[in-house]
Ligand binder design. Structure first.
Ligand code: ADP
Ligand code: MG
Length: 589
């Protein structure tokens, strides 16, 4: 093929590939434009998960009629004019690419009016072809409508997921933007349903109300406020109590100068701030706003502007970590979290043992039975008590040896004939539960009816996603149905989980499913659910284990297939032989 210049529509379509991936990415660009225009109220209408229609209406500055044609032209922007502006970006947009990109892969219509103009004007772009600007009716502000996304790019259209999934992405995005800008009112509608309707927050208590509607009452109740500054850098927001931490990092909101970022440096600073109160593998919930002189941060480092670069990485990292540590130390929750880590000196009375069994049924039930017969233990669990079998070899002779201690609430230390065995208790238990769930699913009737059905409150879009996987849930042993737009009633659960704190477990599982989190490489969809359940139900780091409990887990591992790695592919155990230990100490034998 000879060399030739590409037609400009094709150039726009190629550029669109970078930023416009799905309906949520269109919406992100449109709402960011509204925020850049100083909107105080943003109304969003979506149809069919955004594939059919995305409409954003704002009361911002508007676009002058004679600039509408420019707004949909590539590399045309009102936000920067010279290289110097690029070094201190104060707006969310600046590349002048979004509207032309969207217009090249959808049917775009913009109606806008500035405060000074006597009338509004409209422009349409249909799959890249721009029509003439025409007079229209609209109050000051802008409405942008995007219909039939990817109608002319079938290859892209094929990649759109179900309506529920695309809408879940949109809802997640709007939640994030609403957390970023509490002073702006947001309303989100999907078809006829109003999904979010958030009044503007004018003070701290208004802001807390918004946090509560987006992150739940538990977060609000235990969140610690944070407000600090150091030179040109300021940090404010709310950080979640360690006990509210989650199995996946899905509720972590970091905004840099009002822009949502997923930045490794900041994530690591937060982790460091939490390190004394949160054991590995759990992810805190937080909403943090970092503000600094725009000249000290480069936001032009990523096509979707999700990553940023700081002029002084070390300073920002140290500041964020230190302030989080300080806020946690000051808060009442930090003390509570420490108290929970204190070793138990007296064995708890039987009812307490039963309580603990609520959290990790299999392991706790078998270990409890080692100490004393536990009347409530279901027969299928009681049958797996290893210590009740007198014909069994002594623990030290078993492959994984005899438990001798627990290290930092995470690792089980055991000795066998060859030396030291180190087991990651959570990872190992997760694998054991997963294999059991799979076996239960393959066999008959793994389900157990609940005496009292449980109602779980969720966001409406989460309920939609769950019902989409209703078949998977049923095969795994759940019986559930929709009770109201935002609640599910659960009438039966997998027998193995009958003693779990269900609302909590379900919430977590559903959040994992909605975000496709973590277990994606276990391909079969049914197994994904089981893996999520297993991860959710497995004992968590920080939980003290007794020696019989640890030995019970080791024996279960030996009896479990693929026990050498957890469902995420990480090893569950390793060993250090006596020979290796001797070498460490230069000890000849
Ligand atoms: P960018 O945001 O990078 O400048 P866009 O293609 O998103 O590029 O928008 C082009 C221009 O159109 C913006 O610079 C702005 O002047 C104008 N514009 C877009 N949306 C709005 C809006 N909702 N209100 C006012 N002006 C807008
Ligand atoms: Mg823009």
């Amino acid at each position: 093929m000879p060399i030739r210049s590409l037609p400009s529509e094709l150039i726009d379509q190629i550029a669109a590939g970078e930023v416009i991936e799905r309906p949520a990415s269109v919406l992100k660009e449109l709402v960011e434009n509204s925020l850049d225009a100083g909107a105080r109220r943003i109304e969003i209408d979506v149809e069919q998960g955004g594939a059919a229609l995305i409409r954003v209406r704002d009361d911002g500055a508007g676009i002058a009629a004679d600039e509408l044609a420019l707004a949909v032209q590539r590399h045309a922007t009102s936000k920067i004019a010279a290289l110097a502006d690029l070094e201190a970006i104060v707006t969310l947009g600046f590349r002048g690419e979004a509207l032309p990109s969207i217009g090249s892969v959808a049917r775009l219509r913009i109606v806008s009016r500035t405060a000074e103009a006597g009338a509004a004007a409209a422009i349409e772009v249909d799959g890249g072809s721009v029509a003439a600007t025409r007079p229209a009716a609209h109050p000051p502000g802008t409405t942008v409508e995007v219909r039939e996304l990817f109608f002319n790019v079938p290859a892209r259209r094929k990649f759109l997921r179900s309506t529920a999934t695309e809408f879940a992405q949109i809802a997640g995005l709007v939640e994030r933007l609403a957390l970023a800008r509490p002073a702006v009112a947001f309303r989100l509608r999907h078809g006829e349903r109003v999904v979010l309707d958030l009044p503007p927050a004018t003070d701290a208590s208004g802001e807390l109300r918004r946090l509560e509607s987006l992150l739940g009452a538990e977060f609000r109740a235990a969140a610690l406020p944070l407000e600090a500054s150091s030179g040109p850098v300021a940090l404010r927001g709310w950080i979640g109590a360690p006990r509210g931490a989650r199995a996946q990092p899905d509720r972590q909101y970091f905004f840099v100068n009002g822009r949502a970022v997923r930045d490794k440096l900041l994530a690591s600073a937060v982790r460091q701030g939490y390190r004394d109160v949160l054991y590995g593998g759990r992810h805190p919930v937080y909403v943090l706003h970092l503000s600094l002189d725009p000249g000290l941060v480069d936001v032009n480092a990523h096509p979707q502007k999700l990553e940023v670069r700081f002029r002084d990485n070390r300073q920002v990292h140290a500041f964020v970590a230190r302030e989080i540590e300080r806020a946690l130390a000051a808060g009442p929750t930090a003390a509570a979290a420490c108290a929970r880590g204190v070793p138990r000196v007296t064995p708890p009375p039987p009812p307490v043992v039963a309580q603990r069994a609520l959290h990790w049924p299999t392991l706790a039930a078998s270990a409890a039975s080692v100490r004393e017969p536990e009347p409530g233990t279901p027969p299928e669990l009681a049958a797996s008590i290893p210590a009740a079998d007198p014909a069994r070899a002594t623990p030290a002779a078993e492959p994984l040896g005899e438990a001798i201690a627990q290290l930092h609430g995470i690792y089980i230390l055991a000795q066998n004939a060859a030396g030291l065995v180190i087991v990651d208790a959570h990872a190992a238990h997760e694998r054991v539960l997963y294999e059991r769930l799979k076996a239960a699913q393959a066999g008959a009737a793994p389900s157990q009816q609940l005496l009292a059905p449980i109602t779980v409150e969720l966001a409406e879009h989460e309920v939609d996603v769950v019902l989409e996987s209703a078949g998977e849930f049923e095969r795994a042993g759940f019986a559930l149905e929709r009770l109201s737009p935002t609640s599910l009633v659960v009438r039966a659960v997998p027998a193995l989980l009958a003693r779990e704190p269900l609302p909590e477990l379900l919430r977590g599982v559903l959040a994992d499913l909605a975000t496709g989190g973590g277990t994606g490489h276990i391909e079969e969809a049914g197994y994904r659910l089981l893996a999520t359940l297993a991860c959710r139900s497995a004992i968590h780091a920080g939980r003290r284990l007794t020696v019989p409990e640890m030995n019970a887990l080791l024996r279960q591992m030996e009896a479990t297939e693929r026990a050498d790695q957890c469902n995420h592919g990480r090893p569950t155990w390793t060993r250090v032989t006596l020979v290796e230990l001797d070498q460490l100490f230069l000890r000849g034998r």
